[in-house]
Design a protein around this ligand. Structure first.
Ligand code: 5GP
Length: 191
């Protein structure tokens, strides 16, 4: 998605060779016009799959998932929680997820009432790096007996191996901007 790649080049910052900071439009301040273009593009790529639920993980996936739902006939958006609030008194599905940015391990949780066997789920996240978060989300859908239709990342860092891991596990992955390397302050994208 050229618009997104341009934005990453113009407004993103590389932190070393592993991390991209995109706080000005995706992770802190949210550019809703760009989110709408992203939502439209995700619907163009996955609109034919009969998706009836979008699943993401808190917190940075929520905004993009919510706007994307506008282009999927307002399907419900569910986000996995990384801690168990004391309001979550009901039974939940859980999967361990190692955080790329924090280095900590947490349990991604979704209440059993929000994932069901008839769900055809599109998993969305802001970044795909090592695939830990996406793998955890797939596990939650499968524990519920639902179907993972596809995984859509806004920005994928292909060199960290997450998409390969997910594809090897049989999942369909398609990302809007695929970074192949970050080197000498330069971000290289796949065409
Ligand atoms: P993974 O689980 O695929 O290793 O990492 C994905 C998660 O880590 C995403 O939910 C995202 O929040 C965070 N993440 C991974 N890489 C980056 C990055 O380069 N920049 C930012 N801002 N977040 C990242």
């Amino acid at each position: 998605m050229d618009l997104l790649k341009r934005r990453i080049i113009e407004d993103g910052t590389e932190l070393g060779t592993e991390v991209v900071k995109v706080d000005s439009f995706l992770n802190h301040q949210l550019d809703i016009g760009l989110f709408m273009a992203i939502g439209k593009e995700i619907s163009r790529r996955f609109g034919h799959l009969g998706i009836n639920k979008i699943l993401t993980i808190e917190s940075s996936g929520i905004g993009i998932a919510a706007i994307t739902a506008l282009y999927f006939d307002l399907v419900p958006v569910v986000f996995a929680k990384k801690t168990q609030p004391n309001t979550m008194t009901e039974d939940f599905y859980g999967a361990e997820v190692k955080s790329f940015t924090k280095g900590t391990v947490s349990v991604a949780r979704v209440s059993k009432q929000y994932l069901n066997p008839e769900d055809r789920v599109l998993i969305i996240d802001d970044f795909l790096a090592h695939g830990e978060a996406a793998m955890g989300l797939c596990s939650l859908v499968e524990q519920a007996g639902g179907t993972v239709c596809s995984i859509a990342a806004v920005i994928e860092k292909e060199f960290q191996g997450g998409s390969k891991k997910l594809r090897d596990a049989g999942y369909y992955v398609d990302s809007l901007a695929v970074i192949t390397a970050i080197k000498d302050g330069q971000i290289t994208f796949k065409d």
